[in-house]
Design a protein around this ligand. Sequence first.
Ligand code: MTE
Length: 320
Amino acid sequence: MLIKTPRGWEIPESQATPEDLFHSRRAILKGMGFAGAAGLLPSAMHGAAADESLYPAKRNTKYTLDRPLTAEAIATGYNNFYEFTLDKGQVRHQVDRFTIDPWKVKVSGLVNNPKTYDIDDLVRRFPLEERLYRFRCVEAWSMAVPWTGFPMSALLKEVDPKPEAGFIKMVTAFRPREMPGILSQPHYDWPYQEALTLDEAMNELALFCTGLYGKPLPKQNGAPIRAIMPWKYGLKNIKSIVEIEVTKKRPPTLWNKAAPTEYGWYSNVNPKKPHPRWSQAQEKLLALGPGGSFMYSMRPTLMYNGYEAFVSEIYDGSEY
Ligand code: MTE
């Protein structure tokens, strides 16, 4: 199979270098067709399957931010979801044909209680909560986002991994007829696949998310269910999950397989480990500027994205 070195997460070096504090960054979105905050109607983008009565869920105040929440129009209008398009501003316009009702999530592999959940049961089975998390893409932009979801550990405890289990593999829906990016980018090894060690998945921070900004997850953000691990680069946070398999062997992941020197299997946020083509020491925190333009402020990247106290005990520092 032909694997083309992916270019998608790249940003020009000029954008990755520290610059003065606040820049107007209309240019960052040039060509993405972003109409401004007023042009977005996030409520129209939710999946039909979602039960709006479950949102907003009660906020878990244990998880706090050191920065303002990012505007909803940015988080729902500037997306990476390659199954639709590489153009971040166009993802939300490409998701119409993607059906999320009905939706099932199959949990299999080395578990004592394999199950296939219907999404409507899943969102009621494990209590939903809202958490404010930092979100850091490997491309060096960042946001601060209110997710709604439930701990991965709750689901894993129910399916009960066997003693020899060591990893979980997560797989995105593969629907070429509904996801135009799959057909236009055949060089990627679809379906999108991600994985965690069982220790990582059992960490209290790791969530399966079904909501965003107190509403059901929009399709462009991974409806009806996605993974969120805030100490890892965004690429690990796999969207629109249909399958979870508990395994003994470490599962391959799409980006690590395609470009192992650029996207580590662990992909933990690490300011000291540069991407081959740009530094990770700083990040660009996105914000809405005048007239719906995008701005960003440069900030130092924090080890494990600021979640060191929660996750450092599961690592020895050599993970990449
Ligand atoms: N999941 C799937 N299935 N396909 C993708 O292309 N992109 C990843 C991640 N999950 C991606 C995915 C990347 S690189 C990032 S930064 C985040 O989704 C973006 O999530 P957001 O659009 O909700 O900000």
